[in-house]
Design a protein around this ligand. Structure first.
Ligand SMILES: [Zn+2]
Length: 291
């Protein structure tokens, strides 16, 4: 594959509307995209590359629309461009040429996981070389912008119809920390980590509801440790406006073999539990609205 190969040219996301009665609830999966475009050049093997995906999270929550929730899932890979990052969170060393706007690389870029991913989970170089300005701009226009715009517009529409909206940003995490995660290599994780930016992205009753629902299903749950949430919930969560966003990170050990990128024995149970979670949250949002 060469730098001149075509950038991503398919639809950037799948948006699934609720079947039956709509709840003011949206789930999104920004990191489960697996359509690798021709201009994505990597120096690592496929299992290592795909270790960057929140593997199959879109499918794990695929029954959410049956419970009245709206579901948005990215189709482009997060290693190609990450919709959960700021547009200026870029390492200038990745760019072959002059960027068109000021850059503001943050802690994620320092870890190699900024807007354009530079490192594998083990902290090794991911990319085959610097990336052209035109190619990177195409990634923004064809992937990042349509995804984020659809997310905002869909939340706006639900908020306009219901007067409030609740949003769960769905992810999966390696079962132990690595060189590029905030808790460092070898750190054991709980089954689930709920992030609400230390209470800034939603009202506390929403966090409490999700934590209690997951604990009742037998999962160990931590809050804001080691993941507090990132740009998506920072942008969408405005509790003073009745817009409530939180993030769920699910341990990949619950549902997959992390080395071979294959479904594990827990896959079906997790999927069923997530459908139940969505059913409970959807019912709660209808009750909160009615109160
Ligand atoms: Zn993720």
């Amino acid at each position: 594959m060469t730098e001149s190969a075509a950038p991503f040219d398919e639809r950037a996301y799948d948006l699934r509307l609720p079947e039956g009665q709509e709840a003011p609830l949206l789930l999104d999966s920004p990191h489960s995209g697996r359509v690798y475009p021709a201009d994505f050049r990597t120096r690592v093997s496929e299992p290592v590359l795909r270790g960057a995906e929140d593997w199959m999270v879109d499918d794990l929550v695929g029954e959410a629309p049956l419970e009245g929730a709206t579901l948005l899932a990215a189709r482009f890979p997060r290693a190609y461009i990450d919709p959960n990052r700021r547009l200026d969170d870029i390492d200038p060393a990745l760019i072959d040429g002059t960027w068109h706007e000021p850059l503001n690389p943050g802690p994620k870029t320092a870890l190699g996981i900024g807007l354009f991913r530079a490192k594998t989970n083990d902290g090794q170089p991911l990319l085959a070389g610097p990336l052209s300005v035109d190619g990177l701009r195409a990634r923004i226009e064809r992937c990042w912008r349509p995804y984020r715009q659809t997310l905002s517009e869909t939340l706006d529409r639900l908020h306009a119809r219901h007067g409030a909206v609740w949003h769960i940003d769905m992810h999966s995490m390696k079962s132990v920390g690595t060189a590029i995660t905030p808790d460092g290599p070898g750190a054991r994780r709980p089954d689930m980590v709920i992030g609400d930016l230390e209470g800034e992205s939603c009202a506390p009753d929403f966090t409490a509801l999700v934590v209690e629902s997951l604990r009742a299903k037998g999962y160990s749950v931590a809050v804001n440790d080691p993941y507090k949430g990132a740009e998506i919930i920072r942008t969408c969560g405005r509790p003073a406006e009745n817009r409530h966003s939180l993030q769920i990170e699910m341990s990949r050990a619950l549902y997959m073999d992390e080395a071979t990128i294959a479904a594990g024995p827990g896959y079906a149970k997790l999927k069923a539990d997530l459908r139940q979670l969505v059913a409970e949250v959807a019912a709660w949002t209808r009750d909160v609205k009615a109160a």
